[in-house]
Design a binder for this molecule. Structure first.
Ligand SMILES: *Cc1c(COP(=O)(O)O)cnc(C)c1O
Length: 373
């Protein structure tokens, strides 16, 4: 049985009629730049997350960069974050001129360990950038009071957390701004690139809106900031609005599929994901930890079960980021998780049989491994 890790085309197959109609409506309207769909997707996603302002941009990376610029993060500042993430979280900090300061993760949630933040705060610390990794919100109930005590800005990397919440409060409400991504493999993916800023702060919203169109002010061709060309493409906005009608259903489906893994693997000698109390994850990823990761991955491959390693190499190991870190061994949980993590297929277009097959294959590997070792 084949169990693919992603099936992007299946999303189109499910929504072919409305998707074709939406794209055709844009192309035949001539309303190509920041048009009706652009405005509507901002409103719809702000409403979904119960946030005041939505600002659509060209990527999740741009969203983070523009929030940080708008919050005045730059040269001479330090931004506390984690090294177990997609590179964009750290890349954008460096692009502002600020210095990323890595704090270790909590290995049960893969998000920043709040207990280790205060030791990393210096007089230069300006912000904390927690990543809601794999769809689960970071421990914002612990992070926000630390930020308040030290007068730090919080920027949420919510690229993977669309539709997720903590104690009923959706992602996007825990910082000065939150960056979301519509990259094709995300839970709400465009037919290309796209991103979104959510913020409850009127001033930040206004600056972000200006920054995405070259820093233009209220008056056309008058500039208040050095900005970016980062509009969301109108056709992407149209595609996203069609897919958004399915997001809740798709995220619920992922939760159902995740429960199949939990049921099949509760006795297996692998570490299953921990969802902390109060968290509702969108199950962007389903990740297990095992010290026989590479052998398991090979075994699954032979059985037709795809898996991925997010992320195999911590950011502080990579050449452009090495000098920001304290080197190998400085972030033991980040480094261990990078060696042991394996992401299993959990997207909404898998059948329950496919996921049961994937889960049973993991269990079978564990039984075999137990006999050999
Ligand atoms: C996808 C992602 C980004 C960047 O989003 P793009 O739309 O690909 O630019 C940033 N941070 C994390 C954690 C991501 O997963």
């Amino acid at each position: 049985m084949r169990v693919p890790f992603y099936d992007i085309k299946a999303q189109y197959d499910e929504l072919q009629e409305p998707m074709d109609a939406a794209v055709h409506a844009v192309i035949s309207s001539g309303d190509y730049s920041m048009g009706m769909n652009h405005r509507m997707i901002e409103r719809e996603l702000a409403d979904l997350h119960q946030v005041k302002h939505g600002i659509a941009v060209n990527s999740g990376t741009d969203a983070l960069r523009i929030i940080m610029d708008s919050a005045g993060i730059g040269q001479g500042d330090e931004v506390i974050t984690t090294s177990f993430t997609f590179v964009a979280s750290v890349e954008t900090i460096v692009q502002t001129g600020a210095r990323p300061v890595f704090v270790d993760i909590d290995p049960s949630t893969f998000c920043i360990d709040p207990g280790k933040i205060e030791a990393a705060i210096t007089p230069r610390t300006k912000a904390i950038l927690p990543i809601h990794l794999f769809g689960q919100l970071a421990d914002m109930k612990a992070i926000n009071p630390i930020a308040e005590r030290h007068e730090l800005v919080v920027v949420e990397d919510a690229a993977q957390a669309i539709g997720s919440s903590l104690s009923g409060v959706p992602a996007g409400n825990f910082g000065i701004g939150a960056g979301f991504s519509f990259y094709v493999t995300k839970n709400l993916g465009a037919a290309g690139d796209g991103g979104l800023i959510l913020t409850n702060d009127d001033q930040i919203a206004e600056t972000c809106r200006s920054m995405r169109v070259h820093g233009m002010g209220r008056e056309r061709y008058y500039y208040d900031h050095v900005g970016y060309a980062s509009r969301l493409h109108e056709m992407q906005a149209a595609v996203l609005r069609v897919k958004l009608t399915k997001l809740n259903e798709w995220n619920a489906r992922r939760a159902k599929l995740a429960s199949i893994y939990f049921e099949a693997l509760h006795d297996a000698p692998v570490t299953l994901p921990t969802i902390s109390p109060g968290n509702t994850t969108n199950w962007h990823q389903f990740s297990i930890l095992t010290d026989r990761r590479d052998a398991l991955r090979e075994f699954l491959k032979e059985r037709g079960v795809d898996s991925m390693i997010y992320y195999p190499v911590p950011i502080h190991y990579h050449e452009p980021y090495k000098h920001f870190g304290q080197g190998h061994g400085s972030l033991p949980q980040t480094e261990r998780v990078s060696r042991e993590i394996l992401n299993l297929p959990v997207h909404q277009h898998l059948t329950e049989d496919q996921v049961a097959f994937a889960a049973n294959s993991v269990a079978e590997f564990c039984l075999k491994a137990a006999k050999i070792y």
